[in-house]
Ligand binder design. Structure first.
Ligand code: SF4
Ligand code: SF4
Length: 355
């Protein structure tokens, strides 16, 4: 990574990683061949030299647009930058006690949560699902995090994850690539970041569950394959998760928890989507940057619950468009699953009939 200071690299995350990486046997570390997180990659000196004409993400964003859009962008930026940045920081501040305990004692105390006596705790799962939905309109799943899905050079405190998905509004995403769609992307980054911090706090205060919320923007793990492992959908041709409820119109964030409190929601119900994508390819045709690979590039082998991971997008091509529109979303918009209603079941029916 380069030395530039960016809005995309909160100091709280860097500080957290420097501290917990001193305990590699007590935390869950990324693998050598894990994927590099997007922002780390975009902040590298190599990227800045070759692909950032103005030398930084922010300059690129503002210097590559009309005056009218620049004003709109500044308004959206000022509205969401603060809650997004404070949401990212809060996730790390809220786990300060765990990190301090690690530093002071060299381990995390063996706290036996009484909830473990009734594991899997279906009642708590129901209460948690209702809390997440009623307060935040969030769907949840539960799975174990494969270390291969932790971004290169990063680490998490706990190996299980409650995976949280929040919908992006269809009317707004349908305006893509207008900045109105980008604003919706930023709104859900902000809202979901606040929500996972709140749900984690609820679990800590009400049930003494040790947990670590992680923001949907940037973050410590690759969330699309993680949510696919949790049985919440499957990755489409462009690599984004397709869910039965919203297609690709959503954002994802995890809450890592210490104990195996719930039944895993892992399943293979949505793998058929891969077959549908082979005959669709609308996202690939619609991408203005030709960033979606026709043939995905094999990446990491044998990820539990996922199998082979694949690189679907050329980030160098996607990034300038994503950056100047605050989230592009053209591929999300054109995906037939993103129509909502019962598009998932209709497309499944069509695909099954073709067998
Ligand atoms: S976000 Fe936009 S530029 Fe990136 S792959 Fe999708 S359509 Fe292409
Ligand atoms: S647009 Fe078509 S090919 Fe692309 S992810 Fe959606 S269903 Fe798959």
């Amino acid at each position: 990574m380069g030395n530039r200071i960016s809005v995309a690299s909160p100091k709280s995350e860097v500080h957290y990683l420097n501290r917990i990486k001193r305990f590699p046997n007590l935390v869950v570390m990324a693998e050598e061949d894990s994927d590099e997180e997007g922002f780390s990659y975009f902040e590298s000196d190599a990227f800045a030299k070759r692909y950032s004409p103005n030398g930084s993400m922010i300059k690129d964003k503002f210097l590559s647009m009309s005056f009218k859009n620049m004003i709109r962008m500044i308004r959206i930026f000022s509205k969401y930058i603060k809650p997004i940045m404070s949401g990212r920081d809060k996730g790390f501040k809220d786990i300060e006690d765990y990190v301090l305990e690690l530093e002071k004692t060299g381990h995390l105390s063996n706290h036996k949560n009484s909830l473990l006596k009734t594991c899997p705790n279906n009642e708590l799962w129901k209460e948690l699902s209702e809390y997440a939905w009623d307060k935040w309109k969030i769907n949840i799943g539960f799975t174990e995090v494969p270390s291969q899905l932790i971004f290169k050079g990063k680490a998490i405190l706990f190996k299980y994850a409650i995976v949280c998905i929040q919908e992006m509004d269809k009317e707004k995403i349908d305006l893509a690539p207008d900045i109105a769609a980008g604003e919706e992307v930023q709104r859900i980054y902000s809202s979901l970041g606040i929500a996972v911090n709140d749900i984690a706090q609820w679990l800590r205060q009400k049930y003494n569950v040790r947990c670590q919320a992680n923001h949907p923007l940037g973050g410590l793990v690759s969330t699309s394959p993680l949510a696919a492992k949790a049985g919440m959908g499957w990755q489409g041709h462009n690599g984004l998760l397709i869910t039965p409820q919203y297609g690709q119109r959503h954002r994802i964030a995890p809450i890592f928890i210490e104990d195996l409190l719930f039944e895993f929601t892992d399943n293979n119900d949505h793998v058929w989507i891969e077959k549908f994508c082979k005959t669709c390819r609308k996202c690939e045709r619609a991408c203005p940057m030709q960033a979606i690979y026709t043939e995905k590039q094999p990446r990491i082998k044998d990820v539990p619950g996922i199998g082979q991971t694949r690189t679907c997008i050329d980030r160098i091509k996607c990034y300038p468009q994503f950056n100047k529109t605050l989230g592009c979303s053209i591929c999300v918009k054109v995906c037939p699953f993103s129509k909502g209603n019962d598009s998932y079941s209709k497309l499944k029916h069509i695909t099954n009939k073709k067998v």
